[in-house]
Design a protein around this ligand. Sequence first.
Ligand SMILES: [Zn+2]
Length: 285
Amino acid sequence: MAADAAKPPDKAILDERDAPQEETVVYGAVGRCIYCGDSGVRLTKEHIIPYGLGGRHILPQASCVSCARITGKIERECLRTMFGDLRLLRNIKRRKRKAKDAYAPGPMFAMVGGRLKPYPAPKPAERLTTAMMYAFHEPTILSGQTPLTRKDRPFEHGWAILGLGNEAGIALQAATPDLSRVHSMANFHPTIFSKMLAKIGYSYAVAIADGKFKPIIGPAIVGKEPWYFGFLVGGNPNPVAPSKFLTELRLLRCPSAIGKEYLMARIRIFGDLGAPVYDVVVGEL
Ligand SMILES: [Zn+2]
């Protein structure tokens, strides 16, 4: 890791759980919208990890209907674009009633006798040659920066190639040691993805530690405050060894370089494929 004069002190783990989430876990009801603060309105439950990524941990009465509409859209965009193939590969089920949102691989064509002919869609394991995820830097709030300062930050994010163990992925990894130069043609966006991470980390923090921290991220997730990319959501851009779990969550006490103490959620999705680690600063302690 690069030397960093403003590197904050070590973080202390407050809570950690793997969340393959085959079993449903229901946390205490919140009784207000964790995003806009509304109470006395109809409140819906939150899945901490999205249902479409295998999430079965539920935070009841935690989102008003209008915020749920916004966060639902963020999740759907990530699931359909970034995670469509990976979810097929891992057989992660969706709710049937949302079949219209289901990800379907596009048609494939092959040249046969000089003409393009439809080609049977391969199984996900054969179709998926590489899978990539964003690799983010540490949230800038931890080094005492303001939302708009971007010191020593040549790239806002890089890429990590997941260890699918196939030849194409290994060849790409070998050919592109500087993954920050890999260009994506896909239609997903790091801002949307970072908002999905924020939603996961924040709802997990509320489930475990509601009332014990002063939230700072909720309104920005639903667009009621500005979203500064890289300020509250980041991660570790260096490769991390694969874990045993599909998803992992951790809450950390996290002193900043300027002496403040924050509550941070650490998230890993597809950690068993060697995916990057993400950090969400959810509030002050
Ligand atoms: Zn709300």
